[in-house]
Ligand binder design. Structure first.
Ligand code: PLP
Length: 334
């Protein structure tokens, strides 16, 4: 079976580096959406609690329920609850949905400061706050999301400036006591002196931040993935491997088939174009449940750093990681 290994020492080390930036563990809201970026929701939540993290961010109510026992604060990014909950906060992404939230729900208002994906427009702030009050919801925070914090462009400053305007406007409306937050991983690592109420940190905790800022160099990937051998064949020069016979053996060699394929989350675009960290070459097309390598080992490490896979697959580590299926066996090591 393919197996995911999570390195707790590296995870805690990443959290140390992040806590150093936020200046306190309490300001870290660990982003655990989409099965904790493919790492495994409950396993990561449990480790985070052991480290002393109290806040988490997820996508849905279902995810929030699974990890509720580990945290005192959970922010749901994109769901509407049936009933209000003391621990779970909900994001208002659009003013038309405010009427759908049950009375007493704790909510956080997302404001669009440049990304133009979702969130309410800046000039609709006052009306949105009024509608929230009218619906009987408890507004706890206002937040925004950066569109290009990882590119070292000046847009980061523009968005910070716009978010400052949002804060001032909300304060002028009498909302002094709200929490304000805007930073994701890349944004947090651009601060010299972080001073917001919390940071929503995902990819940095998993050690795969690719920001061009230099301060996050010591972060290390915590997930590695291995696969087990199904079979070995001795192939001759000229014989072809896999669907479509797309790889032609250049010499006779032993080729083994391993139990990790695109249905498990292996990017099929890497067919004929991947070598493992230990130098085992992928031969032919990646199949649904398996793939062939120039190796005889019983078990091979497929990858230890999702960023390297992402580069080859012309995507981002987020996609490589979240593609890993939830039913893959996961194990924590030290
Ligand atoms: C996913 C997400 C984050 C985390 O982003 P990273 O780049 O992984 O740190 C933060 N905030 C919001 C609103 C998100 O959707």
């Amino acid at each position: 079976m393919p197996k995911i290994t999570l390195n707790k020492t590296k995870f805690f080390n990443n959290l140390d580096i992040i806590a150093d930036k936020t200046k306190s563990k309490d300001k870290i809201a660990l982003v655990l959406k989409d099965n904790a970026y493919g790492h495994g929701l409950e396993l990561v939540a449990q480790m985070a609690q052991e480290y002393g993290i109290k806040k988490a961010v997820v996508r849905t109510t279902n995810e929030a329920k699974i990890i509720k026992k580990f945290f005192t604060y959970i922010l749901v990014l994109a769901d509407i609850p049936q009933v209000a909950d003391a621990t779970i906060r909900y994001t208002i992404n659009d003013k038309t949905t405010i009427k759908d939230f049950p009375q007493g729900t704790k909510v956080e208002l997302k404001v669009d400061t440049l990304m133009h994906r979702n969130g309410i427009a800046m000039d609709a702030l006052e009306r949105a706050i009024e509608a929230i009050k009218h619906q009987g919801l408890l507004l706890e925070a206002i937040f925004t999301h950066h569109r290009s914090a990882d590119e070292l462009s000046s847009e980061w400053f523009v968005q910070n400036e716009l978010f400052t305007q949002v804060k001032e406007k909300a304060k002028a409306l009498g909302y002094e006591e709200l929490r304000y937050h805007s930073a994701n991983s890349a944004s947090l690592f651009r601060y010299e002196d972080f001073d917001e109420d919390m940071a929503r940190v995902g990819i940095a905790a998993y050690g795969c931040l690719e920001s061009k800022a230099s301060t996050q160099k010591a972060l290390q990937p915590i997930l590695s993935l291995s696969a087990s051998k199904n079979s070995t064949s001795q192939l001759s020069r000229g014989e072809r491997v896999g669907y479509g016979g797309s790889y032609v053996m250049k010499t006779g060699a032993k080729v083994s088939n391993y139990d990790f394929g695109y249905a498990d989350g292996f990017m099929r675009i890497l067919s004929n174009n991947y070598t493992t960290p230990n130098g085992e070459k992928l031969l032919g097309k990646i199949s649904m449940d398996n793939s062939s390598f120039l190796s005889e080992a019983e078990e091979i490490v497929i990858f230890k750093d999702a960023r390297e896979v992402a580069k080859l697959a012309q995507t981002i580590p987020y996609e490589v990681l979240t593609s890993l299926k939830a039913d893959i066996v996961r194990e924590v090591i030290f």
